[in-house]
Design a protein around this ligand. Sequence first.
Ligand code: ZN
Length: 342
Amino acid sequence: MKALAFNEFGGPEKLKLQEVPDPKIGPDEVLLRVRACALNHLDLFVREGIPALKTPLPFWSGCDIAGDVAEVGTAVEDVKVGERVAVNPSLTCGRCEFCQQGEDSMCVRYGILGEHEPGGLAEAVKVRASNILQLPDHVAYEDAAAFILVNLTAWRMLVTQAAVRPGEDVLILGVGGGVSSTAVQIAKLCGARVWVTSSSDAKLERARALGADECINYTKHDWAKVVSEKTARRGVDVVVENVGASTWKQSLRSLRKGGRLVTCGATTGPIGETDIRIVFWNQLRVIGSTMGNRKEFDSVMTQLFRGRLKAIIDEVVPLKDGAAAQRKLAEGKQFGKIVLRP
Ligand SMILES: [Zn+2]
């Protein structure tokens, strides 16, 4: 089969649509013909090389996958060839104390398809049968692929970890990103008033169309000051962070007493300044979040199937143009997801 693989680590120019061995499935696995695979920053990190992973080369990433079942392992029941499916990208051991509690993304051997195993930037991919979910006929492959990872992540952040309640103020930083943009519609579904920041008026307009109430261009205004003024110095109930170093200090300052900061990333750097006095005096909670568990995957996919949440797609391009697509993602020029089609 063909895959958008790299033979050495580095920039997007290392990607080549090349012939690689067909995946061989085990008894509890299925082989999927990939119909759509969305890009994530994870694809860039894997291509650039993550030293701790010892990724075997050639390798191809891709964790947001929708496709058709092409082959079924001998021990797999209730899955038929030809079924349209979406893939939960979580790889778990199934045995540790956290797996026993259903906390997949806390598994001591947690991995992600396309990071720890070859992924969906190829014509075919093998996955454990327990990781697939049947797609209703009305849901397009591109929408499903674009939806999975960012919504799984944002759903756990907002619904499970921060437990956003109706009427709360939720501030989402850097709204162009995949998690941040869909967090807008999830926060609205929770009944929140949504605040967003971006450097781009065009991205703020897109966020407004998704339901954002207060849109702040941080190149024109001091966003923390705007939040403080417009809430009469109270602050917001929840801050949704994945920006990191450049916003962390102000994120903590923007919370009301007893407010919650939930973070899933640190795009601008991992070391942020924390004034500990603000944390204890204002009784703040800082909550980390990564990916999600099977229950959250099922819950959030159901919202897509029922039309309550939408896939936010920047563009759909052929797999062979994946290098240019990854370059665009690295430059942050997109709003929502870039989807590749083999
Ligand atoms: Zn485990």
